[in-house]
Structures are given as structure tokens and as C-alpha cells.
Design a protein around this ligand. Sequence first.
Ligand SMILES: [Zn+2]
Length: 392
Amino acid sequence: MPLVNMRDMLYHAYDNNYAVGAFDLVSLDFLEAVIDAAESCRSAVILSIAEPHFAYYDFELFLPAVEAAAKRASVPVAIQLDHGSSFESAVKAINLGCNGVMLDVSDQSFSDNIDQTRAVAEMAHQCGVSVVGELGYVAGKEGEGAEQHPGETTFTLPSEAKAYVERTGVDFLAVSIGTVQGRMNGRAKLDYVRLKQLNQAVNIPLVIHGGSGLNEDQFHKLTSNGVAKIDYYTALSDVAAKAMRKRSKENPNGSFTDLKKDVKEAIGLEVQRCLRQWGSAGRAAEVLERCEPWLSVEHLIVHNVSAQPGQSVDSLMSEGKRILSQIPGVREVFTGEAMKENSKYSFCWSVRFTHKAALDSFREHQGFDAFLKKQFNSNVSDLVCIDYQEKT
Ligand SMILES: [Zn+2]
């Protein structure tokens, strides 16, 4: 059950001056290590899937594992798409189970960033999903040396941030105040005056990317000035690679599983260190109490077909399935025919939505409305519709 609404989770952190870690996962070792570490520290955690990493694994295969891990966890968990590049990738991530999305179009002009982020925020909110926008540009690339970073850092302007949040409707704002994504030589210099001004201007939880390499004092200043979420990857990648290098030195002919034997432990220790340092360790129970559980909703339809000749049931169902599957928030569409011939209802549709908010908004979807009016309603009879919310 402890898959929870990310918004509630981050407001608890924001109101209590600590930050939740959002850890980018690139393999099952990362997933297991992050969940185990969060459970052993009794901390909320965000399992993060970053679009720039999709080159390393199949996102569609990986997300069901992430969701299963979240559901069986004993601490509150949210799942986010990190650095999403487009409206389409945000829809896909939501339909596959993410309950938070970050859209990163921060390299574009202020007005283009606003337009694209607003469109994603409207769509995501209709699915109950919360949204992180980014303003200002945090240079660098996760997991790489920061010197190879593309572009120069652009700091977030407090005056722009206020307008950006109002016009896009984002729930959280990722800001640029001097951190760099990737590995840095030396320590980043952070602009705390700017951070304070940003927090006062927008008054919503702030997000930091490029947390690797900061020290305890720096993290403390971040969390006491509105930072409620820290996205973290490079240091995890580095400790994992270091563990493998050490193993390969000791055992040059080691098998694959042999070489990665210490990886999980190395990642787990680093995650635990972060959760303690950022103040989220030990707070799982209070967070859970405050959070709405993230429950899917099932829209169930059973019916017969009217005697009226016309479209066959097969094409009605395949067309309906095609339209429904494209709607944001629809996770799965099952269509079926009764196995016994004399069943009271011969046909069934079961449409699973990510959250009850998505169920409320899909009825207004234009494509679906047209399908109902033109094709569905005139062909079916004895229709029964019931909505069910997941029970845990
Ligand atoms: Zn990032």
C-alpha cells in the first residue's frame, strides 16, 4: 500500500524543514538498495526514473518492478518521471504508473517553458498527479563529470519564479542556485540569499538537482530555506562503480554476478547517509499518516449487444480500446466476452485509472465522448457501469 500522493509527502517535508530524496534508478540493484535503505531508516522516499537514462534500460519493462517495490514497501513511496522531455513522455509515464512528473524544458525560453509546463500540469492534475517544473538552468549531466556539462548555469530569478509558478500551476519548483548535475571538482558555491528570496516568492516546496558532492552544512541550509526534495544520482553511480572496480581488482576473472556483488550494499549505505543528513530518516510514520494513499480505480462495464445490425462487437471493442488507451490516466483496458453462452451479460470492459481524479476527467475527453455517442450507445443494451476503488 505505501504508494502515496507525492504532493502530501513533499508538503510534510516542506512544513517540517527537511527534504525527501528522489533517487534515480538505473537497475534492479538500485531499486532494491534504495527501498531497503528507506525502510531501514524509516524514511519516505521517491523512486525516480529519469528520461535521459532510458538509453540504459527499457522503461516499460522496468516500471512494473518499481511499482511492485513501492506497493510492498513499509514506508511511504512515490514514483516520479525525472527530466521528462515532452507532453507525450509525461502521459506515457503517468499511464505506466508514475504519480509525479518533472518536465524539464528549462533550456527553452521563459515563455516556451511556461506554455509547455502549463500543458503538462493541466493534464497531470486531471490525473491526480503532481508536477515539478524547472526554471533557470542547472548545467551538467547526471552520472558524468560536471566539466563535460552542456551549457552554462543560469540562476533562477525570484521575480520570474513567481510568475512562472502562477502561470503554469506547478506543485513544486526545481531551482538553479549554483548546484551542478554530475561530478564536480571542488565544492559548489550556493546562493542562499537567492534561495530565500525564491522560497518567499513562490511559497511552494523547492527542488534541488545536482545534490551529489554537497556537504552537511550546505544541505542543512537548503532544507531550512524551502528545499523539500533533493534529486540524487551521481554519487550513487560512483559508489556502485567503485565497488565493482574493487571487486574486479581482487577477482579479475570474476563473473558478472561476482563483480556486482557489493553494489547494492554500497548504494544502500550512501542512500542511508543522505536520508539521515536531509532529516527524513525516522519520519515515515508521520508522513504516512498525512498522505493520501495512491489507489487506482476500476471502471467496470458489462452489457449485451442490441439486435440492431451494424458494427460487429469485435470492431466496437478494438476501437474503444484504442481510444481509451490514449487518454491520460488510463493504465489498462481489458475487454472480454462471457465464457458461458447463457450469461446475463455477454460483454465486459474493465478500464483501470491511475487515480480517481483521472476517472472524473476522462468522461469529458472529446474522442471518448464521440465514440460513445456515435458507436457505443447505439449498439449496446442492458448496460451496467460500476466504479471501484482499489482496496489494500
Ligand atoms: Zn537532475
